[in-house]
Design a protein around this ligand. Structure first.
Ligand code: ZN
Length: 73
């Protein structure tokens, strides 16, 4: 029985660690993104960090799909 309890505690700790780790992940944090250059998708107009944008022909896109969509026009 104590084994089961130990297993439960281990799972709870791992879950808690993953949760707190995700909280610190910079991808979801707005303050860290503020220091980065924001660019606008030429296809849909959404704003995103420059490092996550797809650059083509001097224009930025939110993804590969929108780059292709824009260029097929
Ligand atoms: Zn877009």
């Amino acid at each position: 029985m104590s084994r089961l309890l130990f297993l439960f505690v281990v799972i709870a700790v791992v879950y808690w660690l993953l949760k707190s780790y995700r909280k610190q992940s910079p991808k979801q944090d707005v303050p860290t993104a503020a220091s980065e250059d924001m660019v606008r998708c030429a296809q849909c107009g959404v704003h995103l960090p420059k490092s996550e944008a797809t650059l083509s022909d001097g224009k930025h896109f939110c993804g590969e799909a929108h780059r292709r969509e824009y260029e097929s026009k």
